[in-house]
Write a protein that binds this ligand. Structure first.
Ligand code: SAH
Ligand code: SF4
Length: 350
């Protein structure tokens, strides 16, 4: 199998071009075509035919193979399951809004953290994605959106995997996604969501890459967070908030705190008080996510009334709170679920 072209750095591709008697600026043209979603080298019309043929002999435009697509919200949400080289699979979800198009991207096949409410965390960890495999998900989304007269405008690392546990590849991919010669998506429009690997959060602050940081909080006391987000046993919640706020102060970006709402588990008055206490007077934003049901878990989503009541209790303590809309629920478009279904089918066959 030939090499995926995005696995080459700019310098490496320019070297390849030099070896084929082509000028360095062709690299920018190739990236430009890929950024606009070209799936073959032959479609890159500015390039001489001989160069297109040479590229095709040595490279693939993408390493991802789309193996299933599902749709929700009357087509406004689409989710693609991609097979990676070597057989693992990951998903990516495109959400279309009036003023933006957002891609939810995966950084790992599976996830080593193992949160008990998450479909991804229930399967054995597969492997880290390479930077080009992350970028290729965005290139594919751009292709799909371009055909609809849309542009990809926002990216959230909220698909499968823990981005901070695949740090190098995630940072490299963010730089490529932000590169004006590739997709040109401003880091400010890229959200990296993490369960809370403190050393990596601190390192992220040194990158001069002002991505928006989202912390998957889900509980404000260690005793409960140790269960819901097991990495908390290593990196306790107070230290985590301190590291996240330091990131916010360094980058001037407001930090988002995610709170998946689990009925009777973390939606009580006590939880609202603890959350308020933890984030009081901090430049922070709380995002409540109604639980998206996952089979074989003991959890349930609270009803709308309970969600509203929780929101009001947290707001009453001076915090900025929104409730995330549950895009794509009807097509299993939340974290990990399409993967789960395919895995089950595979298991049933074997
Ligand atoms: N591993 C990273 C990013 C991927 S998960 C993290 O945990 O932050 C993205 C978000 O979806 C996280 O906030 C996660 O807690 C949430 N999530 C996972 N499973 C969910 C479910 N079944 N319903 C609602 N949100 C869920
Ligand atoms: Fe991993 Fe995030 Fe799922 Fe937890 S919520 S298992 S960290 S993907």
């Amino acid at each position: 199998m030939t090499q995926p072209i995005l696995s080459l750095s700019a310098t490496e591709l320019e070297q390849w071009l030099a070896d084929h008697d082509a000028p360095a600026y062709r690299r920018r043209q190739i990236w430009g075509w890929l950024g606009r979603g070209a799936t073959t080298f032959d479609a890159m019309r500015e390039l001489p035919k001989s160069l297109r043929v040479a590229l095709d002999a040595d490279f693939r435009a993408t390493s991802l193979r789309s193996i299933a697509v599902s749709e929700a919200d009357g087509g406004r949400t689409t989710k693609t399951l991609f097979e990676l080289d070597g057989g693992h699979s990951v998903e990516a979800v495109v959400m279309r809004y009036a003023d933006r198009s957002t891609l939810c991207i995966s950084s790992q096949a599976g996830c080593p953290i193992g949160c008990p409410f998450c479909a991804t965390g229930k399967f054995p960890f597969g492997r880290n994605l390479k930077a080009h495999e992350i970028v290729e998900q965005a290139v594919d989304a751009e292709r799909v959106l371009a055909a609809e007269g849309r542009r990809l405008s926002h990216i959230v690392f909220m698909g499968m995997g823990e981005p901070m546990a695949n740090y190098r590849a995630v940072i490299d991919s963010v730089r490529m996604l932000a590169d004006p010669e590739m997709l040109g998506i401003s880091p400010r429009r890229i959200v990296v969501s993490t369960s809370g690997l403190i050393p990596r959060i601190t390192q992220l602050g040194d990158e001069k890459l002002p991505v928006t940081l989202a912390i998957s909080l889900h509980a404000a006391r260690d005793e409960l967070r140790d269960v819901l987000v097991p990495i908390n046993r290593k990196y306790p919640v107070n230290d985590l908030v301190e590291a996240a706020q330091a990131y916010g102060a360094r980058t001037g970006r407001r930090v988002s705190y995610e709170w998946v709402m689990l009925a009777g588990v973390n939606d009580t008055e006590r939880d609202a008080r603890e959350l308020g206490g933890l984030l009081k007077r901090k430049l922070a934003h709380v995002n409540l996510i109604p639980f998206n049901p996952v089979e074989d878990t003991p959890y349930h989503a609270p009803d709308r009334k309970a969600i509203r009541a929780f929101k009001e209790m947290v707001e009453a303590q001076g915090l900025n709170v929104t409730v995330r809309d549950t895009r794509g629920r009807e097509a299993d478009a939340a974290c990990g679920q399409l993967h789960e279904r395919v895995m089950k089918n595979k298991l049933a066959v074997s």
